[in-house]
Each structure stands twice: as C-alpha cells, then as structure tokens.
Design a protein around this ligand. Structure first.
Ligand SMILES: [Mg+2]
Length: 282
C-alpha cells in the first residue's frame, strides 16, 4: 500500500513536471524555499548534467552499423551487447576487474565488445577497434541537457559546487573536458580516482569535507535513486531526484526509467529540468 502511495505521489509530481520549464514539487506550497539551509551543492554527471545513455545508444548504432559482418545485423549486435552488459556491469565491480576498471575504461569497454562479438560468433579480433570507435562516437554525441549550463552558471560563486560521478577515472575526465564544465566545480569525486564510488558512504564524507558542510547543509542532485539519492539521504543530505524520459540504459529490459525502491524515503524534490532548482536555492 505504502509503495503504491509513494509511486502515485511520484506520478503526480511527474505529471506536474514539464521538461524544459521549472518543476514544482507536489508537497510544497508555492514560493517555499526547500533548500534554504543548503550551503553546498553536488551534482552527478551522467544523465543528470548530460545525456549519457542517449550518447551511448547513438555510439552503438553507428559502430554496429559500420561493423555488422558475416550476416550479423546491427540489431543482433545491439541485443548481444545489452545482454553482455547486464552481466559485465556487475562483474567489473568484482576483485578480478575493479582496479583495472577504475584506472582504464578502455580495458572493460573492449572486453564487453569482445564478449558481444563472441556471442554472435563474429570475429573478436576487431573488438578493440570497434570499442575505440564506440568511444569516439559516444563522446561526439555527448551533450549537456538544456538548462544544465544555465543552472551551473547561476549557482557558481554562490555555493561551493562539487561533481560526484561513478565510472573510470580517465573516461569521466574525458567527459568533463568534452562538456567544458570543469571550471564550475570546486571539488571532484570520481570513482575511478578514489577507488570506490557511490553508494559508498565515504564518497559523501569526502564531499562534505571538501565543502566544509555537514549533513543537511549539502544537496545531492542526481538521476539514480540507488546511487545518488539513497546514500545522500543516509548521510542526512537534502536530495533532488532528476527524472528524464531519456534516462533508460540500452540494456534495459523494460524501456522504462528507474522507479523509487520500496525501502526508500521520498526525495525532497523531483525534477526534469535542473533550472527548477533555482527556485529553491538562494
Ligand atoms: Mg547518473
């Protein structure tokens, strides 16, 4: 029952949330300042500031069209990649892979491509070349969402800003460089550089120390309920959950966005456009 009620509340909030215009939280009176006690703001990167899954889908479409071989179709390759991704995304967090994954995104990206080709009986000798082309095309297609730049510009200088992102150190840095957003941030908390990532509580303690702000003086803005919102709630932070229709992995079985897990409290705010934050920050 509680689960149903919380999902209904989200649906209600989402219906009121019109992407591209400021969102209003359903449970707050108009004009209220949700985040008046916030002194530092932290953003997730992928699918919060920029459209990572959209870029990944574009990259995969391009390379699988280029490299479809021996009667294998791009759609078979995409399906095989998605299938292998579901297993390998967990495996890279194991002892066998994690250190390499943190240091060098190319090793795990190429291994996933090798497994994809093997799954459709294609020539795995091309795995590295296809993997490199995929990175190039994914990077080409990676863009900030409308409103991201405006939000960072509005908040810069008013709050210490931090970036908290999971993924290999080299790849996350490449993304930051491509997007041109490095100068907005006072601190960077990158999984590959720390050797641990969200939802590890150490990530949030590090961020608090960097901004010299404690618990509810911090705001986490992110698209992942499990990796951004839940651990931030556990650290006593304010939370803003970003939900966009584009936030669906190429490996998704349902084609739908992540739902709020049953054991999680409601985030303080649900939004589809980062500019909606500006109504609730000084
Ligand atoms: Mg994300």
């Amino acid at each position: 029952m509680c689960r149903e009620l919380s999902l209904l509340a989200i649906e209600r909030d989402l219906k009121r949330t019109n992407p591209g215009t400021p969102a209003k939280p359903g449970h707050n009176p108009p004009g209220s300042m949700l985040f008046s006690d916030v002194k530092a703001v932290f953003f997730d990167l992928d699918d919060t500031l920029c459209g990572y899954w959209d870029a990944a889908k574009t990259g995969l479409d391009i390379v699988f069209t280029e490299y479809a071989q021996n009667g294998t179709t791009p759609s078979q390759l995409k399906k095989a990649w998605a299938n292998e991704f579901r297993t390998f995304a967990k495996e890279v967090k194991s002892d066998a892979w994690y250190e390499r994954y943190c240091r060098d995104g190319g090793s795990s990206r190429t291994e996933l491509m090798r497994r994809t080709l093997a799954a459709v009986d294609a020539d795995t000798a091309q795995a590295e070349e296809i993997s490199t082309r995929y990175l190039e095309e994914r990077q080409n297609a990676l863009h900030l969402f409308e409103g991201s730049l405006e939000t960072l510009q509005a908040l810069k200088g008013k709050y210490p800003l931090g970036l908290i992102t999971n993924g290999p150190g080299d790849i996350q840095r490449l993304e930051i460089e491509k997007l041109g957003i490095s100068d907005f941030f006072d601190s960077f908390h990158i999984e590959g550089e720390m050797g641990y990532g969200k939802p590890d509580p150490r990530v949030f303690t590090n961020a608090e120390n960097a901004a010299n702000a404690r618990g509810p003086e911090n705001l986490m803005v992110g698209n992942s309920a499990q990796h951004d919102i839940k651990p931030a709630q556990q650290a006593g932070w304010h939370t803003a959950w970003v939900r966009r229709p584009s936030d669906v992995s190429p490996s998704s079985r349902t084609g739908r966005q992540e739902e709020l897990p049953v054991d999680m409290a409601q985030p303080d705010f649900i939004l589809a456009d980062l500019r909606a934050l500006l109504d609730h920050l000084a």
